[in-house]
Design a protein around this ligand. Sequence first.
Ligand code: TRP
Length: 431
Amino acid sequence: MSSKRFLTGITTSGTPHLGNYVGSIRPSVRASLRPDVESFYFLADYHALIKIDEPDRIQRSTLEIAASWLAAGLDPARVVFYRQSDVPEIPELTWFLTCVTGKGILNRAHAYKAAVDKNTSTGEDPDSDVSAGLFMYPVLMGADILMFNAHKVPVGRDQIQHIEMAHDMAHSFNYRYGEHFVPPEAEIEESVATLPGLDGRKMSKSYDNTIPLFATRAELKKLINSIVTDSRAPGEAKSTEGSALFQIFQAFASAEETAALSQAYQDGIAWGDAKQVVFERIDREIAPMRDAYLALMADPAKIEAILLAGAIKARQIATPFMSRLRHAVGLRDLRAQAQTQKVKAAKVAKPAFKQYREKDGKFYFKLVDAEGKLLLQSLAFDSPKEAGQTIGLLQTQGAAALPALANQLVTVSALEADTISAALTLMAEPD
Ligand code: TRP
């Protein structure tokens, strides 16, 4: 099939806010309307367990996010719309990916690193209050994506690293067990990098600075009035740069509307008036969905039925795929004894560096894969020590060392860089 698969999830840890709408709900609904796109959208309730230990809140949030997506125009007949925890193949795949993911990679995940840095700065044990769930977050997310072989994952900028990790997991698994996974790419809506919240920082539940997507008209007005501004008086020219109010407006407005507000800023519009303009513009987009949302919220049985039907569709893909993957890794019916010898041979062999001297008296190395295929070729070194140092860099830094070593290596294409990266990762792991 030539169509692209889009997939995205929202963690069911709170009430959806304008940031979720602009960054995830709205772009995913738009993508789902494209004829060439097959989409998978889900409620990431396993992810919610990492942060939330209030069962009622998780249930409530699942209902609210599902209702928001539907109210925003998601058509469950056109897409696969499901709840993560209704697809038990996902946690099973998580384990498979756990076993091909370097612990060192997870150490570098932003959310985990931020928790460790915070602990270190306050003199706590580095892993204090860090659950293994938080550490494993990227692997569960990798399983979400790879389960359906999504090509594109529309996410906010803060999630790019997770998609890169899923990409690496796909390569690592494929490298060992054959081509099963499509390495995914992040799809960022450039215009809405991240939406600022009431205090100007990224709009996020964790900062308590959000505007609920389906606040009533009166609440919406009140919240927009509380967005931080500077103290410039009416008549004084205002700067659009760094203005949270302006950025929020921009996420809803057309280019002409944005230009008009920018002009008004220059002309010294009073903050109160600017807020009124922003409020009316946002409400114009949200109001029609608000009624649909309230109706859905009043009918949880309908949403439950939609999600269960979605899970059946999702599992029509996940169940047979998972059984292929189980077979690929060796979790097999014992009566079928095929290929055992061949698989064994492939398992012991690993990629390797080979150092050698040429007739020109210079020293070289190459990196070959398990089957002896050339992955990387060095240029000449004057001494074996220099060649060894370069190998050392590749062993410790992996593919990250490649750009800096460009003048010592025969150029590699981007595609080879992926293969090399997977080979270096594999070599770094214990047998
Ligand atoms: N981590 C995402 C967030 O907090 C939610 C999520 C979970 C997700 N699994 C995903 C997003 C898979 C995209 C694809 O926003």
